[in-house]
Ligand binder design. Structure first.
Ligand SMILES: [Mg+2]
Length: 344
């Protein structure tokens, strides 16, 4: 069988079964945003996450500012630590690059990584470099920490819990769509009104320079109210589906409760896209999605987390079933798989 038939998630399942191990000090292995390992310090767990970016798959050299690429790869790792409720600590960066790559390009990537690291109080402590016969590859492995009792997994959602999301999902996908329209010559940014221009700048930066929700993740863990937590890398539908699988539950979302931002709605009108589709199916928002007791107050929580928190649905006992209630009142199954590697 070829990888294109197996798909990314099929491959991960196989690796987990054949090579994944659960030693005495492994609290949680393959299958969550981070692995969780006993740190040796009593009451503190070590979090481990890694990410790999490949030129031509995740980015194109011609259209990517290397400093922003550096900021974004570290942000994706920081977001996974946030998605366990942890705080970042130290990380390594490995780089494979063709011999003719300008040194300035590499330096700009590390400059971006350094900026994000300083903002998150994480330290670059090592890595590896190698020549690549083809595309550039950059990998970050990040270590974080969390009080063991406060770590929030994907597996804890219970029927009757409410589902919450931070910020405004869909904005990153709208930014990507605007960038694509611009580079295809279908969007004349010079002709935009100042308001539309501001929307465009906001959405573009949400896509190119996403903000990991570290403070919110830590605050959520410290309050010990969330039952399951994940970050939105593949979209509300696909990431919620991971929570449902790990928790063996279902969910019903209310489309009209999705926190669609004004900028998202205006851009979607311009591009003839459905903002609900982008909010549910768009990736790389790096917001947090979590379940918690239905009595949790959105306003109190928004204040504690320092960003908007919106209740968007409820966990059900119908394992694996993900339904969305449209604004028209129609209920439909939500089958929107996020991006999967190796698929044709
Ligand atoms: Mg994640």
């Amino acid at each position: 069988m070829r990888l294109s038939e197996l798909g990314e998630f099929g491959l991960i399942d196989r690796i987990a079964k054949s090579a994944g191990a659960t030693g005495a000090r492994v609290i949680c292995g393959i299958g969550d945003d981070c692995a969780v390992i006993e740190s040796g310090a009593a009451g503190t767990a070590l979090l481990v996450t890694t990410d790999l970016l490949i030129e031509g798959i995740h980015f194109r050299r011609e259209t990517t500012a290397p400093r922003l690429l550096g900021r974004k790869i570290l942000a994706a790792n920081l977001s996974d630590v946030a998605a366990m409720g942890g705080a970042p600590h130290a990380f390594t960066v490995s780089l494979a690059a063709p011999r003719d790559l300008p040194v300035e390009w590499v330096e700009a990537v590390y400059e971006g990584i350094g900026e994000r690291a300083a903002e998150a109080a994480a330290c670059l402590v090592g890595g590896d470099t190698a020549a690549s016969p083809g595309p550039i590859a950059i990998s970050v492995t990040l270590l974080g920490e969390c009080p063991t009792e406060e770590v929030i997994y994907r597996r804890g959602a219970r029927p009757g819990d409410a589902i919450f999301v931070t910020g405004s999902p869909g904005e990153s996908a709208a930014g990507l769509a605007l960038l694509a329209a611009e580079s295809a010559g279908n969007l004349d940014t010079a002709a935009l009104s100042p308001e539309a221009r501001a929307d465009f700048d906001h959405l573009r930066s949400r896509h190119l320079d996403p903000e990991p929700r570290l403070h919110a993740g830590r605050a959520l863990a410290a309050r010990r109210r969330a039952t399951a937590l994940i970050d939105l890398s593949d979209g509300v539908a696909a990431d919620l589906a991971h929570v449902l699988t790990r928790s063996d539950v279902g969910a019903r979302l209310q489309a009209e409760r999705l926190p669609l931002s004004g900028a998202l709605c205006r851009a979607c009108e311009h591009l003839a896209l459905d903002p609900i589709d982008l909010a549910l199916g768009g990736g790389e928002d790096y917001e947090l999605l979590f379940s918690a007791g239905a009595d949790l107050d959105e306003k109190v929580l928004s204040h504690a987390l320092g960003l908007a928190v919106t209740r968007i649905g409820v966990i059900t006992d119908r394992a694996g079933e993900l339904l969305v209630l449209d604004p028209s009142g129609r209920e439909r199954p939500l089958r929107q798989p996020g991006f999967e590697h190796f698929r044709p």
